[in-house]
Design a protein around this ligand. Structure first.
Ligand code: PLP
Length: 410
């Protein structure tokens, strides 16, 4: 352990111990010996002198000023994720927590791009991210070219990225595994090409979590999370993170202040509390999802299963190299597209819900939920057919999840 209550150890240890009562402002609570970091329910902090306050407002020193700027309850969650995502990526990795995953996606893109810039994005992205690019970023003069995951690796990658690029290209944006297709992109290969051209690489790591994949150690510059999913893990809060270093970290912090997408202290406390069990939940979800994917692959009514842990997945070899577990998300296509809504309606234990990453198994039809606002062309480009069912596999007993799926499939 480097410093009590901060980082050190391995991933399970970091999840439990990183952050916490390590900030100088946490002194009085530390003196009471509290096992946990209290919630700092305050809009701002008091000072003895105007000079002290001015110094803090100017960004000097270790004190807190105003809770939209920063708050000790946010620090614990940030330090935990920085320790988990930063493992093997350098000591100065920092995390900035936001009020939602979309606030984090927005801040990451705005930190790296300005009017007149262009970036390359993976074609298969979460529908909200595609919507943000189309409805908002383009209005602010940021242009995009989409490239399918299948083209983002292997021989000829440099040429394919160069033909998608322009002199204004500044970044590449990936989501691997992608929601809900589970497509895989070789992060290290894209990072090599991007670095050689001076482009930043941003990776949405929501589906993998830092327990299964650490993009910064693979050469990415920025990691984004919808913490609403695995990091929180109990389907009871909304939050997001940007994890990065240097100038991008300063910009992400400034954007939280300027855009106002700060997280409430109580929610930050709940998030940090939940992250302590992240590694345990992910291990159980990896195992359950592998069993579910194998069972679906053998089912006669299922045409195709998308799970990076299956040898049949086109990204399996890349996933084996860059992931230490294949995650809790499985999607599959019914042989008869029309029956997908009926199959999920027949589930008893598994809940029909648009959310994912919780301890409970949930199912959805992405064409009717997370990706309903996309145009049919955008849905096709993202690989989402009407018969695609997405499962977020929880931590229940494996046999109970499989029995429910089998009875619903009939
Ligand atoms: N990124 C991915 C991969 C997602 O699946 C989601 C939400 O489903 C988001 C970002 C947005 O996160 P939030 O709903 O917390 O704003």
């Amino acid at each position: 352990m480097e410093q009590r209550g901060t980082a050190g150890g391995r991933q399970r240890t970091r999840a439990v111990h990183a952050g916490g009562l390590s900030h100088p402002s946490a002194g009085p609570d530390a003196s009471l010996g509290s096992m946990t970091t209290p919630v700092y329910r305050t809009t701002g902090f008091t000072f003895d002198t105007a000079e002290q306050m001015a110094e803090t407002a100017a960004g000097h020193g270790e004190r807190f000023l105003y809770s939209r700027y920063d708050n000790p309850s946010l620090h614990e969650a940030e330090q935990k994720l920085a320790a988990l995502e930063g493992a093997g990526a350098g000591a100065d990795v920092g995390a900035v927590v936001f009020s939602s995953g979309m606030a984090a996606v927005t801040a990451a893109l705005m930190a790296g791009l300005s009017a007149g810039d262009h970036f390359i994005a993976q074609a298969e992205l979460y529908g909200g991210t595609t919507g943000l690019i189309r409805r908002v970023l383009r209005r602010f003069g940021v242009d995009v070219t989409y490239v399918e995951a299948a083209a983002l690796g292997g021989p000829g990658l440099d040429q394919r990225l160069d033909s998608a690029a322009s002199p204004a290209t500044r970044a590449v944006y990936l989501e691997t595994p992608a929601n809900p297709t589970l497509r895989i992109v070789d992060i290290e290969a894209v990072a090599r090409t991007a670095r050689a051209r001076g482009w930043r690489l941003l990776v949405d790591n929501t589906f993998a979590s830092p327990i299964n994949q650490r993009p910064l150690a693979l050469g990415a510059d920025v990691v984004i999370h919808s913490a609403t999913k695995y990091l929180a893990g109990h389907s009871d809060l909304t939050a997001g993170f940007v994890v990065t270093q240097g100038e991008m970290l300063d910009k992400a912090r400034e954007l939280r202040i300027d855009l106002g997408g700060c997280l409430d202290a109580s929610v930050a406390w709940l998030l940090a509390r939940s992250m302590k069990t992240l590694a345990l939940r992910i291990a159980a979800q990896n195992d359950n999802a592998m069993a579910v994917a194998g069972c679906l692959e053998r089912h006669p009514k299922v045409a195709r299963v998308h799970y990076p842990g299956l040898a049949s997945h086109p990204g399996h070899e890349t996933a084996r190299r860059q992931m230490s577990g294949f995650g809790g998300m499985v999607s599959f296509e019914m042989a008869d597209e029309q029956v997908a809504p009926r199959v999920i309606a027949a589930l008893r234990l598994i809940r029909l819900a648009p959310t994912l990453g919780g301890v409970e198994t949930t199912a959805s039809v992405p064409a009717l939920s997370s990706h309903v606002k996309l145009t049919p062309d955008e849905r096709r480009a993202a690989g989402i057919g009407d018969g695609l069912i997405r499962l977020s596999v929880g931590v229940e007993d494996t046999a109970d999840i499989i029995e429910d799926l089998e009875q619903a499939l009939g």
